[in-house]
Ligand binder design. Structure first.
Ligand SMILES: Cc1cc2nc3c(=O)[nH]c(=O)nc-3n(C[C@H](O)[C@H](O)[C@H](O)COP(=O)(O)O)c2cc1C
Length: 507
């Protein structure tokens, strides 16, 4: 016989169970009636209650796919193999893997480096030297590193993220590009070199009418840490569209730095009102260089036919000192804090196509030495960075690679202020996970490992340092399955295509 207290407990549990079953049946019945009578969702109307699981699984799938289902080389924008390479490098675990490559080497366009039978010995190898940018500016910049941090605005990025990047950049001896959100104490705190980006809204150097304030520009330029100015014409993820910062990310502090009202979404104009054609563009570049005394370049994603040719012609007519000191060429598949998918997906050439083309056009016009090329767009692992240097880049800028080094897990929530790793959110509770002192080490370790492994590729190709890599050191897989030297591929479109009358150059 069971004691009385056990019988009482069993009876209560039975009643609770029956109550829970009844409540569950009631909830299902309510959902059934709601689903069958609503008209907005066809699946729920046709499959009441069960149809709700589709939404649940779609949401959960986004989180679990990368852990359980996606293969190592499958995901976009970056696959697991690429992300893990950055994570390991950021922890100082080196870029070494085992057993064999998981990378397919047959897809068209795959780059294969041409190894030398006689690679350099330890003593034959070298690090890259400083490279001068802006010889005609009053204060040219001798840039120490071929690898640097791409523009990501404070606003898109959180304060601890910018602080970590600043400290990490200083440790690694690389520059930090501010992106279009202006300059803050967080950018300066590590003591790294700074490239100040002037976006179309001129955040940080903006006058009351939204134009360029020469006084503010002079004040920024007077800072020793600020080495160059980058005038953003376009960005790979959203060519033809200005920056977007959602209202929830325009905090008091960010509004103050940008010179805009807090709590209201901030949209930059689609282009600089001052630069409607090539003449105005060169005038504006010259003006910024004159006022600041520092090198000035332009950032863009390549699209329209003929534009670069006519720009180069105009530069030669005016004299080479009038040229932008650098071109930052961004890839059509570049990243962003927020952009319309309509532009992100299919507008603007990828860096694979545009970089060799621009290098060829500059060479054709004899401007290779005058205008430095900075390339960006998924150049976060050694093979892609080395490819870019071989294809004609003097420097590379990397954005999302450095976000991974800060702990980004590719949650793709940069536009929602809910980034789970604190990299792109202004919520203090989520920023807790990102400790700038700790992440700065990771930023520096990643930069150093990436540089070191680009050097390893260069040495394997028999040259002493990465900038010695040339197109002939890379072969690209063709549709017939065989590879062809990049040197033998003509990336520059024929003259008649470059200036097609039905697609006139802008300018
Ligand atoms: C969160 C985020 C913010 C960005 N903000 C800017 C910006 O303010 N200005 C800009 O020119 N590009 C911006 N970019 C684009 C990067 O500078 C870079 O051009 C692009 O992401 C391609 O490089 P990646 O593949 O190394 O990231 C941003 C990118 C990301 C991911």
């Amino acid at each position: 016989m069971l004691p009385n207290w056990a019988i009482d407990t069993l009876s209560i549990l039975t009643q609770l169970f029956i109550f829970a079953l009844g409540a569950a049946a009631l909830v299902v019945a309510i959902f059934f009636i709601i689903d069958i009578s609503q008209t907005r969702d066809a699946i729920r109307r046709n499959y009441p209650v069960v149809g709700r699981f589709r939404g649940l699984f779609t949401t959960l799938g986004e989180f679990f796919r990368q852990y359980f289902f996606a293969m190592d080389r499958e995901e976009l924008p970056f696959n697991r193999a690429e992300r893990e390479w950055v994570y390991r490098s950021s922890k100082g675990e080196g870029g070494t893997i085992a057993f064999g490559s998981t990378k397919a080497l047959t897809p068209v366009g795959t780059a294969i480096f041409v190894n030398s039978p006689y690679p350099g010995l330890e003593g034959d190898t070298a690090h890259t030297e400083c490279l001068k940018i802006g010889p005609f500016a009053r204060q040219p910049y001798d840039a120490p590193s071929f690898l640097n941090i791409s523009g990501m605005s404070y606003g898109a990025l959180s304060r601890p993220a910018v602080r970590a990047l600043s400290r990490g950049a200083a440790k690694a001896g690389i520059w930090l590009n501010t992106g279009e959100g202006g300059l803050s104490d967080a950018h300066l705190e590590g003591g790294c070199d700074i490239v100040f980006q002037i976006g179309t809204a001129k955040y940080g150097v903006r006058n009351a009418e939204g134009g360029l304030s020469d006084e503010k520009l002079k004040a920024v330029a007077s800072l020793e840490q600020v080495k160059m100015f980058e005038l953003k014409l376009s960005q790979g993820a959203k060519p033809g569209k200005g920056g977007i910062l959602p209202a929830e990310k325009v905090t008091e502090e960010i509004a103050d730095i940008r010179g805009i009202p807090a709590g209201i979404a901030s949209h930059s104009p689609n282009r600089h009102p001052e630069t409607g054609n090539n003449q105005e563009l060169l005038d504006f570049v010259g003006h910024i260089r004159e006022v600041s005394g520092k090198p000035v370049g332009i950032k863009f994603v390549v699209g329209a036919y003929g534009w670069l040719d006519t720009l180069c012609e105009e530069i030669k007519t005016r004299g080479i000192e009038s040229a932008p000191d650098f071109f930052t060429i961004d890839s059509g598949d570049g990243g962003t804090g927020a952009a319309p998918m309509a532009l992100m997906d299919n507008v603007g050439l990828t860096i694979r196509e545009s970089l060799p083309m621009v290098a060829g056009i500059l060479s054709h016009h004899g401007l290779t030495e005058r205008i430095r090329i900075i390339a960006s767009g998924k150049l976060l692992i050694p093979s892609s960075a080395a490819w870019a240097l071989a294809a004609g880049a003097d420097f590379i800028q990397c954005g999302r690679g450095f976000m991974f080094s800060l702990g980004c897990i590719q949650a793709m929530k940069c536009h929602m202020n809910t980034c789970p790793t604190g990299v792109t959110t202004h919520k203090k509770s989520l920023q807790r996970g990102l400790v700038p002192q700790d992440k700065a080490e990771k930023v520096a370790l990643y930069a150093n490992t990436l540089r070191e492994h680009v050097e390893i590729i260069a040495h394997s190709c028999g040259v002493s340092e990465p900038r010695q890599l040339k197109p002939m050191h890379v072969r690209l897989v063709q549709a017939n399955g065989r590879s062809k030297s990049m040197d033998d591929l003509n990336f520059i479109p024929p003259k008649e295509l470059r200036g097609r009358p039905d697609f006139p150059a802008q300018g």
